[in-house]
Design a protein around this ligand. Sequence first.
Ligand SMILES: NC(=O)c1ccc[n+]([C@@H]2O[C@H](COP(=O)([O-])OP(=O)(O)OC[C@H]3O[C@@H](n4cnc5c(N)ncnc54)[C@H](O)[C@@H]3O)[C@@H](O)[C@H]2O)c1
Length: 371
Amino acid sequence: MKVLVTGGSGFIGCNFVRHLIHTTDHAVVNLDKLTYAANPSSLQDLENHDRYQFVRGDIGDPACVEQVFNQFEPDSVVNLAAESHVDRSIDAPEQFLQSNILGTYQLLQAAIRWRCRLSSSGKSAFRFIQVSTDEVFGSSPGNVLTDEQAPYQPSSPYAASKASADHLARSWFKTFRLPVIVTYSSNNYGPFQFPEKLVPLIILKCLRQEPIPIYGSGEQIRDWLYVADHAEALRRVLEQGTPGETYNLAGNCRRTNLEVARTICGILDERRARRSGKRYAELLTLVEDRPGHDQRYALATSKIAQELDWQPAARFERAIAATVDWYLAHPQWVDGSLRGGYHLERLGLPGYSHPPQPSGPSGDSTDTQRG
Ligand SMILES: NC(=O)c1ccc[n+]([C@@H]2O[C@H](COP(=O)([O-])OP(=O)(O)OC[C@H]3O[C@@H](n4cnc5c(N)ncnc54)[C@H](O)[C@@H]3O)[C@@H](O)[C@H]2O)c1
């Protein structure tokens, strides 16, 4: 099948696109706006692959989206394109509403129109996968695991924008019978993640010998999913998921932010000891908490385990070490990602002023690039 993947030049997107190309016979069209969070070099290895094509464009631009459907004739859509950083959604929410809500709306509309033109077998095979987040459910108390039926209680503008997009997608299934499936993923980690996110930020702060900011007490709990496991789960949902259903995807690996930070510091102590003889953990610094910061996310994954036979394969200690090694081995990728103007500074504190972000990545890009 030909899969239209949006946001394929971002962190999860590039890992998912590479997974599809290397483990299936599917062809992939990657529609990506190339915001600051994208790094075109993340998919450089696929540039000349005959099953990969890239289009630079905005999912919120109806003419662009329509043209992509007409030109590439996809059999399914996986919508990963989004503004994804909670801190930025506090500083500047509007782009989150534009891309995450209105962008998803435009994609849904174009998907309905396109699906009408398919044969009856094409219509029934068509899928629209909306990639969402555990953050739409808000904080989950005590030892409770959040299942797919939990009510939405988003706390941040980011989570609210993702929740809105999910509501649109789910209603398009009910009203227009578009075969929509929504996935809720926990926190991802792995190669190619933009350095504003917790794991790469800690690694890079260590390498620069700078204080590592930990929000609030650092006792907030997240479930950590290795991105390769997420890619595999999305493929299963795409190929075997039931339209109208929703699936939690998580690593079943809950850690406090401080635990994650200390683990990374310990790995770097072994890999690249500080000249001063001090431990990297000495750089950990508690800073003012993020407004609206949820205390705990914890998803139940029994549904996808039972229905689609998916389990996360990665072990956290090994996969986080592999992630650290990847960042150590790819300084040029990091430099390219930071060329857009982000310098590992604190974002998301109201009243804190920082330079506005440029809208595009630093690398060269052409509007359409045939793989
Ligand atoms: N990273 C996580 O831990 C996580 C967890 C749960 C859910 N998600 C969801 O997974 C998806 C991917 O997340 P990520 O971490 O890879 O994000 P990311 O920020 O690394 O990448 C997002 C990509 O989307 C593109 N994009 C943004 N707005 C666009 C638009 N209007 N049109 C076209 N492209 C656009 C960007 O250029 C970028 O390549 C998002 O929908 C996010 O909400 C992420």
